[in-house]
Design a protein around this ligand. Structure first.
Ligand SMILES: Cc1ncc(COP(=O)(O)O)c(C=O)c1O
Length: 440
């Protein structure tokens, strides 16, 4: 026991001294960058070392993945609870070595990427490819914004709350989002029971006369609708989560021009395992505080992942600019848009055949990227069990061995479920086959 305590203490001491050393080096390098250091006030050493978030907690985190082929199709459990974007594997296999990178053993060793940049752990090549891709797609303005990289946009979500919450308020700031909201928001907001922010539920019914942060997810997870701020008054601080504002999911109507916007590689290209996201931030002080949060939390973001993400985004932009040429027959977004179109066609047909479910209807809009009038085809299907005898759609589908996430996790009725549309083809085909055979 004594030995265990000794080992733990040594480990803690090592991590702590590393964090302090990095902070000291940064202080020396970044003389004019005083605000982030000021943010450190009030954060003790233990918090610096142990700011961590159980982000993958979900209703069926321990549920089995869809079982492998070879089993009787009717017996297989189909897990479409998580939004794991494995459907894009097919495209990247077709790309062969175009997106392959080799990282020699001596590379990416330093903590630092660009000490002159406010976000000192942002790899310059990754920043360049972010700006390029937004320009190619036309979905966000990058001029006059600071880019902050995060370990997934999940880390940037926490960093944003940390940066936006008043540090000296007597009560935590309320965090709201219109229901149905992304099920991880309440969990992430309250996971460390921070004194800075607290989850306050549905933005549509929030009426307290106090400051608040509103999370605007557009298109929305879980229901796929385009969204704007919903709190019925001004003065709130908005965080736009545009994880799905890409041409395969929704028409690109105009470049996003917000104060703080979050993006993630996970849902653009499907590389969720890289754990890379970025924030476009107008206010320099907010960007500095977000950077500080990540410094305290993980002392930066994996360079290897950023270098790989840069390569993947480069291939996506190349595919758009060179579509129809010998290197790229079609753009990545043509490929993924066609795939989503086909999946939604199959789903609507299966729902019609079954007769006991319904789906949202989306109006079409002009997409500047495809230069065409198009509908939405979200990454999730927001399915409703219509029958009076089914009150809990998640349990109902579970009896048919289809795992989904029920409405209560998104702040609404259990008659709804969220179903991932981004799984591999064989899983999706099996799901469609099973759904179309369900009768009440
Ligand atoms: C709306 C939304 N925001 C953020 C995330 C998290 O993305 P990341 O993988 O970058 O942490 C997800 C993932 O499902 C999401 O749906």
């Amino acid at each position: 026991m004594g030995r265990v305590i000794k080992v733990i203490s040594l480990k803690h001491f090592f991590v702590l001294s590393m964090a302090l050393n990095v902070s000291l080096i940064l202080r020396a390098i970044n003389q004019d960058n005083r605000a982030p250091m000021a943010v450190q006030k009030g954060i003790n050493a233990a918090q610096m070392t142990f700011l961590s978030f159980p982000l993958l907690s979900s209703p069926t985190a321990a549920a089995p993945a869809t079982q492998p082929l070879g089993q009787n199709g009717r017996e297989r459990v189909i897990n479409l609870d998580h939004g794991d974007p494995t459907m894009y594997e097919k495209y990247w296999k077709q790309m062969g070595d175009k997106a392959t990178i080799v990282i020699p053993g001596w590379q990416s060793m330093s903590y630092f990427s660009d000490v002159k940049n406010l976000c000192w752990f942002l790899e310059p090549e990754f920043a360049k490819q972010i700006v390029r891709l937004h320009k190619v797609v036309g979905n966000a303005l990058t001029e006059g914004r600071h880019i902050v990289v995060g370990t997934g946009s999940s880390q940037l979500f926490s960093a944003a709350l940390y940066a936006l919450a008043p540090q000296d308020a007597s009560n935590p700031i309320s965090v709201v989002s219109a229901a149905p909201y992304y099920s991880c928001y309440p969990l992430m907001t309250d996971s460390i029971k921070s004194g800075l922010h607290k989850w306050a539920g549905d933005a549509k019914v929030f009426n307290k006369d106090e400051p608040y942060v509103e999370l605007v997810t557009s298109p929305n997870n879980p229901d796929g609708f385009v969204r704007h701020s919903m709190v019925n008054r001004t003065g709130g601080i908005l965080v736009h989560d545009l994880a799905y504002y890409w041409p395969q999911y929704t028409p690109i109507s105009s470049p996003a021009d917000n104060d703080l916007t979050l993006f993630t590689v996970s849902k653009i290209t499907g590389h969720a395992g890289m754990r890379i996201g970025w924030a476009l931030v107008k206010d320099v002080e907010v960007a500095k505080k977000m950077t500080k949060f990540i410094e305290l939390n993980t002392i930066g973001v994996s360079k290897d992942s950023q270098i790989r993400a840069a390569k993947v985004l480069e291939v996506v932009s190349d595919s758009c600019e060179q579509a129809g040429g010998s290197e790229h027959v079609e753009s990545f977004f043509h490929f993924s848009h066609a795939l989503m179109t086909e999946r939604w066609r199959m789903l609507r047909e299966a729902v019609k055949r079954s007769g006991i479910f319904s789906l949202p209807e989306f109006s079409s809009a002009h997409c500047n990227f495809f230069d065409n009038n198009l509908g939405s085809q979200p990454a999730f299907a927001w399915l409703k069990c219509d029958g009076d005898d089914v009150h809990d759609c998640e349990s109902f589908l579970r009896r048919h061995k289809i795992l989904t996430r029920g409405g209560k996790h998104f702040g609404v009725s259990p008659k709804y479920v969220r179903i991932s549309m981004m799984d591999r083809e064989e899983t999706y085909d099996l799901f469609i086959q099973r759904l179309s055979q369900i009768r009440s």
